[in-house]
Design a protein around this ligand. Structure first.
Ligand code: FO1
Length: 320
């Protein structure tokens, strides 16, 4: 795959784990990580970008290993003070995390774009890979429920994913354009597009909903491979399995394959799901079976290696 770029589409915690593996495998100038901004929202006067920040903290070695989001060794003086003054306290901003939020809010207020600010923060944290929010225009994932639509963080954090999900909309996406660094990556030499094992409905679909992006990724004419976030009929973290049940689809890697059918060239599924491989292949995509559970750094690097090699094997063999 030489010096060509690898474009990875990622949500938060699960996606960031594979991205970390990729960052150990590829020279920094070869890795372009496109982050979901559908989870972003304004809170206490600050622009919060959870998935982008999770990727930043993970690649900088600053992420809290238990929570997955926010910074390790965090302190919570700010939140305690907010609580004491009767402020909104359902969304936790640690003291160190607050520093990032204030720096970002300042830059945005000065007129910098989200992708410029993110690139500068990545640089300041010593991250060599390009971390690119999918768009500089605001997109807001809305979770539809029988009682109406909920803003994503209200659904996810405030209501702890309890409401029943009936569907999703990505408010503002029709006016969104791919971020400039993503546009230029698409025009560079690309080796592969990798979809991290992130929630397909609320982490990957918002990225693919940016007008023209799905087509532009296909037009790179390189293998597009996804890693299933469903292992053995369950999601490792987050509400993906609950969402699938509520949407009336089977919680299985086969359903992930159906979701990405027509867009991806290959899907990596876990060894425990190996018996699904023939049915997935019947959908018209290549299947790779391997260990996809990422417990430690070594697992992350191994899965990244499997993913990059799978894509490399598909190169040239793609029927487009
Ligand atoms: N997730 C929570 O479950 N509770 C929180 O209080 C919370 C705060 C938070 C602050 C900054 C940040 O970047 C992320 C934060 N997250 C929190 C995680 C985040 O909202 C979700 O994990 C993602 O949006 C889903 O990918």
């Amino acid at each position: 795959m030489s010096a060509k770029k690898v474009i990875a589409l990622s949500g938060g915690v699960g996606g960031a784990k594979l991205v970390l593996g990729l960052s150990h495998l590829l020279a920094p100038e070869r890795l372009v990580v496109v982050t979901n901004t559908g989870d972003d929202f304004d809170h206490l006067g600050l622009r919060i970008c959870p998935d982008t920040d999770t990727v930043l903290y993970t690649l900088a070695g600053l992420a809290d290993p238990e929570r997955g989001w926010g910074r390790v060794d965090e302190t919570w003086t700010f939140m305690k003070a907010v609580q004491a003054m009767g402020g909104e306290d359902w969304f936790n901003l640690g003291d160190g995390d607050l520093a990032l939020h204030i720096l970002r809010a300042n830059r945005l207020a000065e007129g910098a774009s989200l992708s410029q600010v993110t690139a500068d923060i990545a640089d300041s944290l010593g991250i060599g890979a390009a971390i690119v929010p999918m768009s500089d225009q605001n997109v807001a994932t809305m979770v539809n429920t029988p009682d109406g639509a909920l803003a994503f963080q209200h659904y996810f954090v405030r209501d702890r994913c309890a409401p029943t999900v009936t569907g999703f909309t990505f408010d503002g996406v029709e006016l969104a354009q791919p971020a400039p660094a993503l546009m230029s990556a698409l025009n560079d030499k690309v080796a592969a597009v990798i979809i991290a094992p992130s929630n397909p409905y609320v982490s990957v679909d918002p990225i693919l909903a940016v007008p023209g992006l799905r087509r532009q990724l296909r037009e790179c004419a390189v293998p597009i491979v996804a890693v299933s976030p469903i292992i053995g009929g369950d999601a490792i973290k987050g509400p993906a399995a609950k969402m699938m049940r509520e949407l009336g689809v089977e919680v299985s890697a086969l359903e992930i394959a159906k979701h990405y059918q027509g867009f991806v060239d290959g899907l990596i599924i876990d060894e425990v799901d190996g018996d699904l491989a023939p049915e997935i292949a019947d959908l018209g995509m290549a299947v790779e079976v391997g260990p996809t559970l990422m417990r430690d750094l070594s697992d992350r690097i191994k899965l990244a290696d499997l993913t990059v090699n799978f894509a490399a094997r598909l190169e040239g063999g793609i029927n487009r």
